[in-house]
Design a protein around this ligand. Sequence first.
Ligand code: GLY
Length: 349
Amino acid sequence: MHPLTPYLLGRPHPGGRRLVDVQRCLRTTDLDEVGDRTHLTVFQMLGSWSLGDYDIATSLRWGFDLLTDGYGIAPGRLHATVFGGDDRLGPDETARDTWTALGVPVEALGDDNWWSNGPTGPCGPDSEIFVWTGDGPPASTPSVDERWVEVWNHVQMRYHRHPDGRLTPLPRSSIDTGMGLERLEMVLRGDRSVFTGDGLSLWVGAVRDRWGLRGADLRVVADHLRSAVVVLGDGVRPGNTGRGYVLRRLLRRALTVLWRDDPAPSLGELPTTLYADTLRRFRQPVDPGALPGLLGDEERRFRGLLRRGRPLVERVRARGPLTERDYHWLHDTHGLPRDLVDGLLAEAG
Ligand code: GLY
C-alpha cells in the first residue's frame, strides 16, 4: 500500500474514494517467523481502501459479511482484535462495539493493533480478523494461541506521525485493509499451512525432492527462493544497499540453510518452469529464462565469499571475541558483511 501514502495523506486519487487492488508484498519484519506454517516473506495482499469515504464500522461489517456469507466461513471460527489504547490514545471503542454487535469475540491489545507505515507517515489503530484453524472447537484467543490465524487487517489511517514523534490528525480519516491471499486460500481449503497452497506447494515439492530438506528448513528455503524470484521479477538486482541487499540477504539465508550439511546443491538444479509459475501468479511479465543466470551469479559470489571468509573469521576468532574493529576490518578490507561474519561464527560453534 506504500504507493497510496500520498492519497492517505489527503491528495485526491484519480480512481475515486473507494479502491481495491491486489498487491505484491514483501515483509522483512517477520523474517524470523518464516519457517512456521503461516508466515511468508512475499505474499499477495488483497487490498481495499476508503479514502475519506466509508467508516471503520462499515468496513468491519462488510468484512464480516464477505468472510461468512461470501466465503462461507462459519462465524463461530472468527475472532477479532482491536486497539486497547495506550498512554496517548484511548481504546478503539467503535471497532470493539462493532464486533460485539456482530457476535464476534474480540480481544483488546496494544502495539499489535497499531499500524504504521514506517517511523513517519500515516498510521492509526487497526482491527485484525483471525480464523480458527485448530482441530477441535475454537479455544483461547489470538494473542496466546497460534491456531488463530490472522487473515485480514482493517486499518484506520487517522494520524500522521512526524519525525519528532508527534501525532497529528489527518485531514480526513481513511481505511486501508489487507487480506493475505495465501492465508485465505489455506483457510478455505481447510489446510494447516500456507505451504500446501497452489503457489507454494510447487516450491516445497521441488526443494524437498531435489535436496531432501524437511520441516522449517524446507519452508525457509522454499519461501526465500520464491520471494527472491518475485523481487528479481520486479527488476531488483542483488547489491550491498537498499532493495538489492534485501534480495541478497534472502538468497544468502536460503543458501546458508541449503548448504548446512552439504555444500554441493546448486540453484541451477531448479526447473525454469518453477520460476515461470511464480512470475505468472504475481503478474510479472519477465522472461523466466533470465533467472537462472542471475541466481547462478549470486550463488557463485556467495560461495567465493564463504571460501575466503571462513579462514579469515577463524583467524580473528582465535584471538578472542570479535571487536567492532574486527568487524570493520573484515567488512572494509575483505568485503565480509556483519551478518555473514556472524553466520560463520555460528557455523564454527
Ligand atoms: N494494508 C494493511 C496491512 O498491511 O495490514
